[in-house]
Design a protein around this ligand. Structure first.
Ligand SMILES: C[S@@+](CC[C@H](N)C(=O)[O-])C[C@H]1O[C@@H](n2cnc3c(N)ncnc32)[C@H](O)[C@@H]1O
Length: 260
């Protein structure tokens, strides 16, 4: 986070020690995680009806896990210690790990591995995309299903789109905004935030996030390299599509699920 000088600090993953990490749930309160949970449960029941264990990679404050925990024995992982601390408050007793999707090793496998809401785009290079998918595959049980929700494909990115998230409470106001910019195949979010509280008054800060725009071919090649067969379902949960992958030779799904 920066001071009023306006210098922007790039924080790996973009959430630790930033306004968007501290107020994550409030800033994204409009997101319907219950609906996502219902859609994922329907999808997973069709894909792998006997699935019992689930790992969510980039779980942030655990809001998807909250809506999956009744059906699965859930675990979560995120790069941000700050977000995992918030997830621990929401999900007592659930195994939650501060780790990096590119090199984590939990020493166990899961029937379902999810990576939702563009988390995969934080692997900024092709080789890190491939490492991440290989690492997720290492944590899949033999008939396991890997669900990856990608970030925008390069053709759909709108350079110059203005994004503004706000919180308005009696003793807390947050206004966080950026203009989406494209630098090569990376989206750069130069995020400016104002936070007002009775104790600290109004505080300005600035942080930077970067997310890669991988192509459909690059995603598919990363799954193939990890030995997975993959299909893409559109529009998926939020209009970005969903990649549904499993090991070659594993029990093929006969599922034909229509997502809302
Ligand atoms: C856009 S948020 C999405 C979070 C969550 N899946 C959701 O739907 O609310 C991106 C998340 O990815 C996490 N992240 C970024 N880079 C990561 C990495 N290399 N390994 C694991 N998590 C990462 C961030 O800390 C953040 O929680």
């Amino acid at each position: 986070m920066s001071t009023a000088s306006g210098a922007s600090e790039s924080v790996e993953g973009g959430y630790d020690r930033t306004v968007r990490g501290r107020y994550y749930d409030l800033l994204f309160a409009g997101k319907d995680y219950a609906a996502d949970g219902a859609t994922l449960r329907t999808l997973l029941n069709a894909e792998n009806p006997t699935a019992a264990t689930l790992l969510d990679i980039g779980c942030a404050t655990g809001r998807h896990l909250e809506h999956l925990r009744d059906e699965f024995d859930v675990s979560g992982l995120d790069l941000s210690a700050e977000l995992i601390a918030q997830a621990r408050g929401r999900l007592p007793g659930v195994p939650l790990h501060v780790a990096d999707m590119r090199d984590f090793n939990l020493g166990q496998t899961f029937d379902v591995v999810t990576c939702l809401m563009a988390v995969i785009g934080y692997a900024l290079t092709l080789s890190d995309l491939q490492r991440s998918i290989q690492n997720m595959t290492k944590h899949l049980s033999p008939d396991g299903v890997l669900i990856v929700e990608p970030w925008l494909l390069p053709d759909s990115f709108i350079d110059g789109r203005v994004v503004h998230n706000v919180v308005g409470q009696p003793e807390l106001a947050v206004s966080s905004m950026y203009v989406q910019r494209r630098v090569g195949d990376i989206c750069v979010f130069d995020i400016h935030s104002l936070v007002a509280t009775p104790d600290e008054g109004v505080v300005y800060s600035r942080a930077r996030q970067e997310i890669a725009l991988f192509t459909d071919d690059e995603y598919r090649a990363a799954f193939a390299l990890a030995g997975l067969v993959v299909r893409r379902v559109d529009p998926g949960l939020h209009g970005y599509g969903l990649y549904i992958a499993r090991r070659q030779g594993s029990r093929a799904s006969t599922a034909n699920v229509n997502l809302p």
